[in-house]
Ligand binder design. Structure first.
Ligand code: ADP
Ligand code: MG
Length: 378
């Protein structure tokens, strides 16, 4: 009667504690993921224009990053992280108690335990590597998709549907080829996790009976240690089952940390730099050489010498691709000159406050750009 009562009380306590555990981890996880998403977006906005010229940072890649990596983290933090913490602590607890009661039997459990631990770590690292590799391909595929969707009229007019569909499928198939061997390996490992249970129990009972026969152990201890041992193994098995997803979330976290730690070469969030009073707009390109960072072999501007006086109206005329827009982009400080200097009122443009500089410039580009907002907001 007392024992039944105790079990009932334990159940009630478990229920209350788990309620708090799930609420705490769930709320913390949801907050963390939303903070990561906002911070990542803000970090993208801070990067210099050249960052977005790189193929790995195309529009599709960034969307994949924001959605899939945040989802991978979301998958692991929150209530699931709570369960992992709980099972790992139960595992250690079971193990220590087992050692306390009978170390000879507990050592038998230690062998599969260590084995499973090593396998889980390998699985986590492999899955993390696979996610990083497959994300590279997925982001190329997404960039293609975004390009096709934004230029749908051109695609349709040239009847390119089959071609772009073939390119997209080719990319996705690469991921399939990359994954099938590791996936097969993961399945073998999962089978191993389940087999390990029975194998360990078999070994444990055999050893226990030997010890009981030699009168070195009491029968009640056998039950106790088996329970603790199974506790420890079950917990680890659970982590092993999640290893693939844990690995993915590690890779995602890595990608976010890389982004958060990146210092943009031209930082539009920076408050540093001079603000010129009585700015007259005198502009001097002094022996300016320029190559786009994404195309280092092509010299776009070669020793450009150009002086524009305050109030002077000038027109840059030249064949398409000769570098007119590039000159404007250097003035907007989307890029920095590779050699030489660009002076505004005699001050190197790199010494000026970026926000102030851009607020001084008015640009009307060839292609009007409309955002998906109201007319007033545009
Ligand atoms: N973001 C970029 N990355 C790499 N090369 C570029 C980029 N933008 C322009 N270019 C190259 O720089 C050269 C000059 O381009 P641009 O200044 O746009 O010419 P224009 O405005 O005179 O037609 C061209 O060869 C063009 O292909
Ligand atoms: Mg142009």
């Amino acid at each position: 009667m007392i024992t039944s009562g105790l079990f009932l009380i334990t159940g009630a306590v478990f229920m209350i504690l788990h309620f708090f555990q799930f609420v705490a981890f769930g709320v913390a996880g949801a907050k963390l993921v939303s903070r990561i998403r906002s911070k990542a977006f803000a970090c993208f906005l801070r990067q210099e224009v050249a960052y977005f010229d790189r193929p790995e940072n195309g529009s599709g890649a960034i969307c994949t990053h924001l959605s899939s990596n945040a989802a991978a983290i979301e998958d692991m933090v929150g209530t699931r992280l709570g369960v992992i913490c709980e099972t790992l602590s139960l595992s250690v607890f079971g193990f220590v108690l087992g050692l306390f009661f009978n170390w000879q039997l507990t050592i038998i459990i230690a062998i599969p335990f260590v084995l499973l631990l090593i396998i889980s770590i390998i699985q986590i690292r492999l899955s993390s590597w696979l996610k990083t590799q497959s994300d590279l391909i997925y982001s190329q595929a997404s960039t293609l998709a975004v390009e096709v969707i934004t230029n749908m009229r051109t695609v349709k007019q040239l009847s390119m549907e089959h071609e772009v569909s073939r390119q997209y499928t080719n990319m996705i198939d690469q991921v399939l080829i990359m994954f099938w061997k590791p996936e097969a390996m993961f399945s073998i490992v999962l089978g191993l996790y389940w087999a390990m249970d029975s194998a360990t129990l078999g070994l444990l009972y055999w050893r226990a009976l030997v010890l009981v026969e030699k009168n070195e152990m009491d029968m009640s201890d056998v039950v106790m240690i088996s329970a603790f041992g199974m506790f420890a193994l079950e917990a680890l098995k659970m982590v092993g089952m999640l290893a693939e997803r844990i690995g993915k979330s590690f890779a995602a976290a890595h990608a976010f940390f890389d982004l958060f730690d990146r210092t943009p070469t031209i930082d539009n969030g920076s408050n540093k730099g001079q603000e010129l009073t009585n700015f007259s707009g005198e502009t001097d390109f002094n022996q300016v050489k320029f190559v786009y960072p994404s195309r280092p072999t092509v010299l776009v501007l070669n020793k450009l010498q150009l002086s524009i006086k305050s109030g002077q109206r000038i027109a840059l005329v030249g064949a398409s691709g000769c570098g007119k827009s590039t000159i404007v982009q250097l003035l907007e400080r989307f890029y920095d000159v590779t050699h030489g200097e660009l002076l505004l009122d005699g001050v190197d443009i790199r010494k000026l406050n970026l926000q102030w500089l851009r607020s001084r410039l008015g640009v009307v580009s060839q292609e009007p750009v409309l955002f998906d907002l109201t007319i007033a907001e545009n």
